[in-house]
Design a protein around this ligand. Structure first.
Ligand code: CAA
Length: 387
């Protein structure tokens, strides 16, 4: 593997860094304080080509490689995880699924609107009683003369209150288990689609999260991604992209923790000298750097594999597991370096700490990533009883 970024990739990274510093950072604290989902920012990131960066230009995307996409997501993640969530969900969970599984007509209809930020999309997999066990969908889809009727509920759906398009996973034939699942392209502009904001989250206050009731939601005959029965694979392949994006965002948080801690430690004086001169502070910074660099390399490796069309589910899980856990630890350590100042939102580390906690939960918990890795290593699926 070549560790040298191309000139174009370096430019993409530095542009994303400048954009983050000039446009995102200054609004992030106020948006978090006001629990404000910033639609103006959605337009700005769309104009930058950051929604659907990996979508080919013919469908309105930027036509970038996965590594470049990861570089953008890292920089945005350093600025604000709520903005990063918009990019991750829209690009990885929604656009990548349509790109991989959609018909030509579906691609032409949805992708340009999503890449332009004209429409937001959401990914309706998780349910109140179906989290890690994603195959066990309770939401039902019944065939009608006109198409499909869907009833059920979804939970923890990012952008569910704003999405114009919802990918809704539902069971069409319970006896078939995961082979009965389908992924429906749901137009949210209908009475039976009922989202509700989820309030009082620990972090990601500027990110929209919904629970959704689905009451006789109508989908046309052709409103399915892939075939009936492909739903589980649609979900898992989208999560291969989503987990990569979450991991890249967490590299950004790690990097932000390093930079904020170094700056603060050089300014903050105690015992007549900057705290950066104390070995115990330097040890914390060194640990953060180690975690940041290792996470970044794992994300780059997963991106490198994706760009070559090679299998990467295992490597993506390794990157997601490592980067999210590392970011939680870095945010905790960064607050320690800041002392009391890190406990209020004057410094970004307070927000990093609250925002990062969900990353080891969503898009597959750390425990699920370990089971995916453990299964790949041993050949034994720990989720089914051994005979
Ligand atoms: N790509 C394509 N196909 C895949 C795949 C992948 N990455 N992984 C598995 N499959 C296929 C398998 O090949 C298999 O197909 P065949 O029957 O043809 O062989 C089929 O899917 C079933 O695979 P498994 O036996 O591995 O399925 P499982 O039930 O054992 O999966 C699991 C277990 C990996 C734990 C899975 O359920 C899982 O990832 N759970 C976590 C769910 C998750 O991440 N949820 C987060 C939702 S998104 C979110 O958080 C909301 C938001 O808005 C941010």
């Amino acid at each position: 593997m070549d560790f040298e970024l191309t000139d174009e990739q370096r430019l993409i990274k530095s542009t994303a860094r400048e954009f983050t510093d000039s446009e995102i950072v200054e609004r992030s604290r106020e948006n978090a304080r006001n629990h404000h989902f910033d639609l103006e920012m959605v337009s700005k990131i769309a104009s930058q080509g950051y929604l659907g960066a990996i979508v080919p230009q013919q469908y309105g995307g930027a036509g970038l490689d996965y590594l470049s996409y990861g570089l953008i997501v890292e920089e945005i993640g350093r600025g604000d995880s709520s903005v990063r969530t918009v990019i991750s969900v829209q690009t990885s969970l929604v656009c990548s699924a349509i790109l991989k599984w959609g018909t030509e007509e579906q691609k032409q209809h949805y992708l340009p609107r999503l890449c332009a930020g004209e429409w937001l999309g959401c990914f309706g997999l998780t349910e109140p009683d179906t989290g890690s066990d994603a195959a066990n969908q309770r939401t039902r889809a019944v065939k009608t003369d006109a198409g499909w009727l869907i009833n059920g509920s979804k939970m923890w759906i990012s952008m569910g209150n704003y999405a114009r398009l919802a990918l809704i996973f539902a069971q069409t034939e319970p006896a078939l288990g995961y082979k009965g699942l389908a992924c429906f392209l749901v137009d949210t502009d209908q009475a039976g689609f009922k989202p509700q904001p989820i309030e009082h989250k620990m972090g990601l206050h500027a990110s929209d999260t919904a629970s959704i009731a689905l009451e006789d939601v109508e989908v046309a005959q052709d409103g399915i991604l892939g075939e009936v029965g492909d739903g589980f694979k649609v979900a898992m392949s989208a999560l291969d992209s989503g987990r990569y994006s979450v991991a890249a965002g967490c590299v950004g948080i790690c990097q932000g923790c390093v930079e904020e801690s170094v700056n603060y430690a050089k300014q903050r004086q105690q015992f007549g000298r900057p705290i950066a001169s104390f070995q115990l502070i330097q040890a914390m910074i060194a640990d953060m750097v180690l975690k940041t660099e290792a996470s970044r390399m794992l994300v780059w490796r997963a991106g490198w594999l994706k760009d070559r069309g090679r299998p990467n589910t295992l490597e993506t899980s390794v990157a997601k597991l490592h980067a999210t856990e590392a970011a939680v630890e870095c945010a905790n350590a960064a607050i320690q370096v800041h002392g009391g100042a890190g406990y209020v939102d004057d410094h970004p580390v307070e927000r990093y700490f609250r925002d990062v906690r969900v990353t080891t939960l969503y898009e597959g918990t750390s425990q699920i990533q370990k089971l995916i890795i453990g299964r790949a290593m041993t050949g034994i699926n720990a989720l089914v009883p051994t005979p």
